[in-house]
Design a protein around this ligand. Structure first.
Ligand code: PLP
Length: 385
């Protein structure tokens, strides 16, 4: 039977995943410098408080609100500040679900969204699963990353419905500048597009430029519909609790939220325990983020120390987020290089091509990696580059 074209043609692992599975099956200890799951990175979570928050008496009652519980939304609004109100928010089980709802809200099958690349690789599939096409528009690097606003404008066609940006971006760490933000909202306003802004990493500035847009919420009245996405995955480093959210601002926000609530009402996917615990989890989040920030800073410092001894290699600025881009002489394709490092140095890194970095010569390292593993990994891979 023919399956939907929303699906890939096959589910064969790529060469890197296949090699990783084989090496692990053979008992080889691989150093993983791609780890993005914070629950596997040795952070000390306030376990007792999290357990208590998840087992309050209210979790036994089913009292669904398609927008999400008011108590949780109030806590999230307070976390963001900038005048955000509980009624501006809708809860989801993840940011991925938030994208799904927004793509359903904004597009019909065959419509498209523009995504400055490199960026989060999930967008292609998230869009495709809603019948939309995610069209990449390359950003460029000149001392720092820049959106190509001219190219974005030229890419707008009759079926374009939205632009999707990540601030700061994954994996480049690029924070939108205030000038880029003004250009983006102006473009979307003129062309009748919505602007989706994923700010899951906004609490993790590392080398932030002075003109960065700290959050899209700085602008209370944007000239186009703006949807902000975030969630506990990064805000509290608790991805397993499956609580995300989106906020709507700009023209038509109240109507958009009403329509989103209608869509969410078909699923009601956010669990009562996650919603009941949200105020406590958000109160605990700064302590967890502090540990994550220290890890990111320590690994970045270790990377710089190692780079000082290897003149052939360098890194791009890490304005924010959880990743660093390592630049190497492009003697082979990124994919081939990552495979070589896995097989010769038993260390896993992401090739830049995985995130659509242009050309060859970039590897992506997760700064979330436990410090000892990160240092050992650098010691193993640098002689091979
Ligand atoms: C850009 C971006 N958005 C969102 C997420 C988190 O998604 P979720 O809330 O679905 O766990 C990630 C995780 O890596 C991400 O990189």
């Amino acid at each position: 039977m023919r399956l939907s074209s929303r699906l890939p043609h096959g589910f064969e692992p790529n060469a890197l995943s296949a090699s990783l599975a084989r090496l692990r099956a053979e008992g080889c200890a691989i150093l993983d410098l791609t780890v993005s799951n914070p629950t596997r990175c040795g952070f000390v979570y306030p376990e007792a408080e999290i357990r208590v928050a998840l087992s309050s008496p209210s979790v036994l009652a089913y009292d669904p609100d398609p927008q999400g519980s008011r108590l949780a939304r109030e806590a999230i609004a307070a976390h963001h500040g900038h005048g955000l109100r509980a009624e501006d928010l809708l809860l989801t089980a993840s940011t991925s679900e938030g994208y799904g709802l927004l793509f359903k809200l904004l597009g019909d099958p065959g419509d498209e969204v523009l995504v400055p690349s490199p960026s989060y690789p999930l967008f292609d599939w998230l869009a495709r699963q809603e019948g939309l096409h995610a069209r990449s528009v390359p950003s460029y690097f000149h001392e720092r990353w820049h959106l190509d606003l001219g190219a974005l404008e030229s890419a707008v066609g009759p079926r374009t419905r939205a632009i999707v940006v990540v601030n700061p971006n994954n994996p480049t760490g690029h924070f939108l500048s205030k000038t880029e933000w003004a250009g983006l909202t102006d473009l979307c306003g003129r062309q009748g597009l919505a602007l989706l802004v994923d700010e899951v990493f906004a609490d993790y500035p590392l080398e932030p430029p002075a003109d960065r847009l700290a959050t899209a919420l700085l602008e209370p009245d944007p000239p186009c519909p703006v949807f902000l996405l975030s969630g506990l995955s990064k805000v509290a480093a608790l991805p397993q609790l499956k609580l995300g959210w989106l906020a709507a601002r700009g023209p038509g926000a109240a109507d958009h939220l009403e329509a989103l609530a209608f869509l969410a009402d078909q699923y009601l996917s956010v669990s009562a325990p996650a919603q009941a615990a949200a105020p406590t989890l958000l109160a605990l989040a700064p302590g967890i983020r502090q540990q994550v920030r220290r890890r990111l800073q320590a690994n970045l410092a270790a990377l710089d120390t190692a780079l000082a001894r290897h003149g052939r290699l360098s890194r791009l600025p890490v304005e924010g987020g959880w990743s660093a881009l390592l630049r190497r002489p492009a003697v082979d394709a990124d994919q081939a290089c990552a495979l070589r490092l896995l097989e010769k140095a038993a260390t896993l890194v992401h090739p830049g091509s995985f995130f659509d970095l242009p050309g060859d010569g970039h590897l992506v390292l997760s700064l979330l990696t436990p410090e000892e593993t990160f240092q050992d990994g650098l010691t193993r891979i640098f002689p091979c580059l």
